[in-house]
Design a protein around this ligand. Sequence first.
Ligand code: PLP
Length: 361
Amino acid sequence: MTKRVHNFCAGPCTLPLEVLEEAQAEFVNYHGSGMSLIEMSHRGKHYDAVHSETMRLALEVYEAPDDFDVLFIQGGATLQFAMVPMNLLRPGWKAGYINSGSWGKGAIVDGKMHGDIYTAWDGADDNYMRMPASSEIQLQDRTRYLHVTSNETIGGVHMVEWPDVEVPLVGDMSSDYMSRPIPWNKFDIVYGGVQKNLGPAGMAIVFVRKAILEDTNRDIARYLRYDVHQDKQSLFNTPPVFAIYMAGKVLNWMQAQGGLSAIEAAAAAKAAKLYGVIDSSGGYYRCPVNVACRSHMNVVFRLPSEELEAKFLADAGDQDLLNLKGHRSVGGCRASIYNAMPMDGVMALCAFMEEYHRANG
Ligand SMILES: Cc1ncc(COP(=O)(O)O)c(C=O)c1O
C-alpha cells in the first residue's frame, strides 16, 4: 500500500485519497481516448464534459442561487485582489476593506493600486485575534462594496458574524472555501484559490452575481474582465485543465460526504477536538485567538517556549504528523485541517499533543 502521512499543510494541502487514486487510475488513458486529459484539446468532447460538470457541481455544492455564475480564472486568489477593484470601481466610487490579518491586508495593498480603497475596520489593535461586529465597521459614502476575508489562514481567525451592512460584500473565501454555507444574498462576488479545499493550485473559482456584469469596467485587458470570462464560459483562453478536472472530482467527493452541511459539521467536530486538547492543557498549549472567532480550518497554537515548539515539530515529524509549523511571519504551530483531513488524522495529532505534554511538561 502507498505510504500516506498526516499532512497538516496550509496549502497546497491534503486531498481526499479516493480522489487521488481515481485520477491516477484514469490518468494515462483518459476514458479510452489513448491519451491523458492534459494532452488533449480543451475544445474537445472529453474536456468539455469535465468543464461543464465542474461548473455545475461548483454551483450546486456551494448552494449558489440562480442569479450567480461561476468562473474559473488562473492567477489564484492573489489576482482577484486586483481584478475585483479593476472590474467594480469607477472614479467617484470607493471600496471598504476589513483588515483582519495578513490576507485582508494583502487585498488592501493590491486593491489600492486599482481604486480608491479604505480600511473600514482594522484588527491591528487586537493583534488580529478577532473579526469585527457589524456595528464596528465604518463605511464611507459612495462605497461600492465591502471586502471581507472569511478565514485568515495565518492568524487562524474566521468570520462568524457576516457583516450586516448597506453595501454588497465581496469575499475572499480561499481558506474555508466550501466548508460552510454562506449568505449569498449579501454578496456580489465570492472568490478563492482552489489549493486548499478544492484541488491542486492553478486557479481561483469566482462566483459573480450575474446582474453586476452589465456594468463592470471594459477598459482593461480582456483576461482581467469578469464579463469576458462569463461570456466565454471560462474558455476565453486555454483553461487550467488539470485544476478544473481535480476540483470536479473533489466536488463529487464532497457530495458523497453529504454536501455542505455535512462538511461543516465535520469541520466543527475536528476543530473541537483540537481546541479541546489545547484548552484542557492547563496553559501548556495556548491558542491566542478570541474563542468565538477560532478558525475551523487553521488551528494555531503556541507552546511554553520556542525550544519546546522546535522539539514538538521534530517529534511530530518522526510520527508522520507533518507541516505543523506556523507561518514564518508569526511562528508557533498551526494545524490546517481542511475538508479532506480525516478525523483519524486529527485524533492522531490530539494523541500526540497529549503525550508530548506529559513527556515535556
Ligand atoms: C485567505 C487567503 N487569501 C488569498 C491567498 C492567496 O491565494 P493564491 O496563492 O491562490 O493567490 C491565500 C493563500 O494562502 C489565502 O489563504
